[in-house]
Design a protein around this ligand. Structure first.
Ligand SMILES: Cc1ncc(C[n+]2csc(CCOP(=O)(O)OP(=O)(O)O)c2C)c(N)n1
Ligand SMILES: [Mg+2]
Length: 289
């Protein structure tokens, strides 16, 4: 088991993303090569001339995590080595600018596991909205005001889009459910190409106290706004069915939602309820892709 990161990185206190990476470590094979796109993860772990990485690691551009990983995998194959390849990128690097490279990597069938450490905005460049930012959230590029609710769109359904590439494994995970997360990353390394999408609460970007990271992550799951599920060989499985708390309890923990009016909160609640209905139906299908 490779411990990917050593002490000495410079993440903010309470950073959910670095907890996610430590948990991914628990499921990583010893011989692993990492491709990491520009993100908080990269800037906090590799400030020249230092590095916190204990394994072979390549910093690649914001948009090229998966193309670099594809190249590493092709080289490993050609050399006949048994190294596994891990691609890690933020939500911007996975949902948005890196999406084309990711789609290509999956479509070509490269044996790579991609982990998306999703803090729901472009954080290292100053909290700009991404395709992963949830509806209604404040960011510096989705400011609420008289004519704006915050981010007007809902979160892109990444895992479903990824599973539509007919890859063997894609899943969501939460840092508040470490055993589930570790088991999923293990399975992802066994069934490549694969993707694990981890929600990573961010104290400065979501505006909550740095001591609350895990409780915020847990509330996301308990309110049903972050659904723990996997799609294995096209078959959907919901991994946890919480007795859902009202979403208000999750929203009120974070300053990024503090401008929301009751009608917006109701809209978010409705969206969650309809997503659960949809997922319950999907789970009954033999396979969805
Ligand atoms: C082509 C290009 N556009 C913009 C940037 C600036 N940039 C670097 S990282 C980043 C945002 C990263 O967001 P995300 O992938 O979510 O990672 P996070 O910082 O949130 O961890 C941006 C906009 C860049 N490096 N390259
Ligand atoms: Mg991000």
């Amino acid at each position: 088991m490779a411990e990917l990161i050593s002490q000495g990185q410079t993440t903010c206190s309470g950073c959910g993303m670095i907890i996610a990476v430590r948990l991914v470590s628990k499921a990583c094979p010893d011989k692993v090569i990492v491709s990491c796109g520009t993100s908080c993860l990269e800037v906090t772990t590799s400030a020249y001339p230092l590095t916190a990485w204990n394994v072979p690691w390549i910093h690649t551009a914001f948009e090229t995590t998966s193309s670099t990983a594809s190249g590493i995998e092709a080289a490993v194959k050609k050399l006949g080595k048994d190294w596994k390849v891990l691609a890690i990128a933020g939500d911007g690097g996975t949902f948005d600018i890196g999406f084309q490279a990711l789609s290509g990597m999956l479509e070509r069938g490269h044996k790579v596991t991609q982990v998306c450490v999703d803090n729901e905005a472009y954080m290292n460049t100053g909290i700009q909205r991404s395709g992963a930012t949830p509806f209604g959230a404040w960011t510096t590029t989705s400011p609420p005001g008289k004519k704006s609710v915050g981010k007007p769109q809902t979160k892109k359904p990444l895992v479903e889009i990824i599973a539509a590439h007919k890859i063997p494994y894609a899943a969501t995970a939460s840092i508040a459910y470490p055993t589930d997360l570790i088991n999923k990353v293990k399975k992802a390394f066994e069934k490549q190409p694969s993707l694990v999408h981890i929600q990573c609460p961010c104290p400065p970007g979501w505006k909550f106290s740095e001591s609350d990271t895990i409780s915020v992550a847990k509330l996301a799951v308990e309110t049903g706004s972050w659904i723990l599920y996997e799609i294995e060989d096209g078959k959907v499985k919901i991994n946890l069915r919480p007795k859902r708390k009202p979403v208000k309890e999750y929203l009120k923990t974070q300053g990024r939602f503090k401008h929301l009016k009751e009608e917006h909160i109701q809209e978010i609640q409705k969206h969650i309820d309809s997503e659960w209905e949809r997922f319950e139906k999907l789970e009954k299908c033999e396979r969805i892709f």
